[in-house]
Design a protein. Structure first.
Length: 113
């Protein structure tokens, strides 16, 4: 009976760590906000991509970085590096950004293809 208590405590501790590890740690925040971003690439030309960041009005600076993050992740996973060229990117002036229905739309190409 005495040996069962430490074992139960150990299981409880491991379970707590597991649940903590499954929390929002994988959610990325930018400028203190969370954003949903999606990236579409052409099957015929996978180096070309378009990133859409929803609800850019929450924080335009955060939306820019969320889109950049998504593009870097895609280029690394697909081509093994983060080099890219932006056609309409996060470093453009606010007036030059493409916003449709409140969503930021950016377009670029991964290098290394």
């Amino acid at each position: 009976m005495i040996g069962a208590y430490p074992r139960k405590l150990g299981f409880a501790f491991c379970a707590a760590l597991f649940v903590a590890g499954c929390g929002d740690e994988t959610t990325q925040t930018f400028d203190g906000m969370t954003f949903r971003a999606s990236l579409d690439a052409d099957r015929e030309a996978p180096h070309d991509f378009v990133v859409e960041v929803r609800d850019a009005g929450k924080s335009l600076a955060g939306a820019r970085e969320a889109g950049r993050y998504e593009a870097v992740r895609y280029c690394i996973e697909t081509f093994g590096n983060s080099r890219m060229t932006w056609l309409q990117g996060p470093d453009a002036d606010d007036a030059d950004l493409r916003i449709e229905n409140g969503n930021l739309i950016m377009q670029g190409q991964c290098a290394g293809w």
